[in-house]
Design a binder for this molecule. Sequence first.
Ligand code: GPK
Length: 818
Amino acid sequence: MTNTLVQNESINKVEEIKDSILEHLCFNLGKSPRIATLHDWYMATAYAARERMMRNFVSYTEKMQNKKLKIVGYLSAEFLMGPHLGNALINLGIENETKKAVEQLGINLNDVLEQEEEPGLGNGGLGRLAACYLDSLATLQVPSVGYGIRYEFGIFDQTIRDGWQVEVTDKWLRNGNPWEIVKPELNYTVKLGGHTESYTDDKGNYRVKWMAESEIKGIAYDTPVPGYKNGVTGILRLWKSEAVESFDFHAFDKGDYYGAVHEKVFSENISKVLYPNDVSDEGKRLRLSQQYFFVSCSLQNAFHILNLRGLSIEEFPESMTFQLNDTHPSIAIAELMRLLIDEHQVSWDKAWDMTKRTFAYTNHTLLPEALEKWSLPLFAHVLPRPLEIIYEINSRFLLTIRDKYPGDEDRVKRMSIIDERGNKSVRMAHLATIGSHAINGVSALHTKLLKQDVLHDFYELEPEIFFNVTNGVTPRRWIKLYNPRLASLVTTHIGEGWVNHLETDLIKLEQYANDASFQQAWHDVKRQNKTDLADLIQTVVGTKVNPDSLFDIQVKRIHEYKRQHLNVLYIAHLYNRIKQKRAEGIVPRTFIFGGKAAPGYFMAKLIIKLINSVAETVNNDPEVNGLIKVVFFPDFNVKNGAHVYKAADLSEQISTAGKEASGTGNMKFAMNGALTIGTFDGANIEIMECVGEENFFLFGLHAAEVAETKANGYWPYDIYNNDQELKQVIDMIQSGVFSHGDTNVFKPFVDSLLNVDPFLVFKDFRAYVECQEKVSAAYANQKVWTKMSILNVARMGMFSSDRSIKDYCENIWKVAHG
Ligand code: GPK
C-alpha cells in the first residue's frame, strides 16, 4: 500500500471510531456531548472498543463448534485483569486512531483511560498470571475459556493512615462495567449441604442422590479478551451467584417471607467478595462454597458446550482440557466424577479414566501455610456427595500404593488425600495430583523442589507426569502499553515483531548495546519515566524525589518470605552510616515500596508501618540532605504498576531461597530495563542465566543452604551479636529512633527477628549489604549501567507468557497454537 492509502485508511478509521463513540454516548448512556462527564466518555469509548471485539468474539465462539478442536478451560479463582481499555486499543491496533478520535471530541485519551476502575479480581502473582495467560491464549489463537468468579468486591483498596494500612472495600462495579455481557440463559444450579441417599435404579445399579440443603444459581458474565492484532477474541467467563427461581414460591408456600429472603441473601453471598489472602489459607466455609460453586458451573457449562458441538460424553477429555490454577479449583476432580457418575450414569472406572485425562494441575507454592487443607467436618457439611467421591478416589488410590509398596504404611499415610493426624483434613494438593495427568511447577527451581519435597512420593510413583513451565508475562501490557517510550525506541530499531515474537526478536537489541547514541536514547527514556513517577509520587504521597537518584523498587504483596524487611534494614543501615558521617560511596537512592498486606497478617502490616516510619525519619532529617529517600506508594495494583515498573533502575527480588515459586514482577522489571538484585530463587535463576551473571546482582544463601542452616539449629541472636552494623540497626528500631521514642510499636518485629527469624533475614544481611555496595559502584558509571540495562532487556525474550502458553500447549494440553 502506498503511504497516502495508509493515511486515508487511518483517517477513515478515526472517523469511524469517533462516530461509534458518539453513538454509544447517545444510545447506551443517554447523554449529549455537551453534558457528558469524563466517565461517560470513558464508557462510550469502552463500548466502541468492545463493539470491535464482539464480531471476533462471535466468530471465535463459532470456531469452537468445530468438533476436532480441543478447548482449553483455564480454571482459576482469580483473574487480575487490570484496566481493559488501554489494552484493548493496543491489541485491536487502534490506539493512535482512538487517541485522535477522542482528541477531535475535545478530550484527552489518558484522562479517559484514568477513569477505568481496576477489576481487581485477584490477590497478586497467581491472579495476574492467569490474566497474562488469557492474553497469550487469544494471541496464539488457542480456543480457550477462562473460568472464574465475578466477585462483587475485589481485592480491597489500600490507604495509609498514620503509617498503617487501612483497608477500604473495592466497589469496582459501582459505575457499571462496560466490558461484561451477561448471559442469563447460561445458568446452572449448584447444590450445597444436606446429605446423600442411595437407591437402586431400574437396571439394578447402585446409585446415590444428593439431597442438598440449599441450591444456588450461577449466571455467566462474559468478558471479551482480544488477541494481539489477529482478529481473535477469547472469553473470560465469570460466574455470579444468585438465588434459584423457586425462592419466591417457597416464600408463598411456607408463609416464611423472611426465611426466603435469608436464603436469597445467602445465595448472593457466594460470589460477594474475594478472600484477600495471598499465599495463605484460612479454611473458611464460604471460601469452599465459592470454589465448588464456580467449578461446578464451569463443568456444567463444559457439558453444555459438548452438547452444542454434537459430541458424546465419552469424547469429553478429547474435546476439552482443564488447567487447575493451583488447588483452589481442584474440587473439580470430584465434581466431574459426580457429574459423570450421578448425572450421566457413567461407570466409575470409565469416569476416572476420563477425569484424569481432563485435568492438569499447576502448583504455585511450597509454603506449608498455602497448601490448602479443609477440615473434614466442614467439608462433609458443605459438600457431602463430593466428599464421598473423594473417599472412594482415595481408597482406590491407596490400594494401588499398598500394592506397589507392600508394608509401607508410612507412605500410605503421607500420600492419602485424607490427613488422619489430629483434626482430620482433606489435602487438596493430593486430590489435584492424583486426579491429573500432568503436574507442573512454575520455575525450574520450584519444579525441582516440588519433586524433591512437597510431592516427592507422587513423583516417585509417576515421574513422567511432572513438568516445568516457567511463568511469563505479556509484553503487550507490560511493555507496549505501559512503557510506550521504550516500546517505540525498540520498534524503531528492530521493528515491531517483538510484540508477539518476544522470544525470537528482542535479542536483536543486543547489537545496539555498545552504540553510544542508542545508549543515550535508552537512558533518556528511563530518565523520563522516572520523572513521571517522581511527579506521581509528589502528587500521591507528597514526597519530593530526585529523578537522578537510583530508583530502587520493591513492589509485590507484603510477606515475610519476600523480605521487604531485609530491604528496610539496609535503608536503616545507610541512614546510620550517614548519621555517623560514613556516607562515602553512597549513591543517591530513592527506595520505593508498594504492596498490600493480608488484613489478618499482623507482621506484614507492621512491616508497612516500619517502612513508613523509616520514611518519615529519613526523609525529614536535614543531615540526610536528600541522599536517600524512602517512599511507600499506596494501593499497589495493576493500574499503579503502569507507572512503577518502567521507572525502576533496580528491581528487588530478595526472597529467602526456595520460597518464591517463580515471581513475575522480576520479569516485568527486567523487561523494562531494570537490573535485578536477587537471591537464587524462583525464576530469578533463569533470568540470571539469560541476561548473564555479569548483568545481575546475585547474593545470599541457596535453597539447600537455607534448609541446612535451619536443620543445624539457627541462632539469629548470635548473628546480631557478631555483626556490629546489624546490631546498631536493630537497636535503632527497638529504641524508637523511627517511632518518636516509642519502644513498643516495633517490639514484636524485633523479637521475631532476634528469636526466630523464620526467613533468615539476619543470615543474608551481610551478603545483601555487600551486594548493594556493588550496585552503587556500578550505578556510578552510567554508561556501563545503561549497557547492562540494554542487555537485560534484549535477553528477556523467553519470559513472554507466549512462550509459557506454547509450553503448556505442546507438553501438557497437546493442542495446536498459532
Ligand atoms: C502463589 F500459592 C500462591 C498463591 O496463593 N498466590 C500467589 O500469588 C504466586 N502465588 C507465587 O508466590 C509466585 O512466586 C508466582 O510467580 C505466582 O504465584 C504465579 O505462579
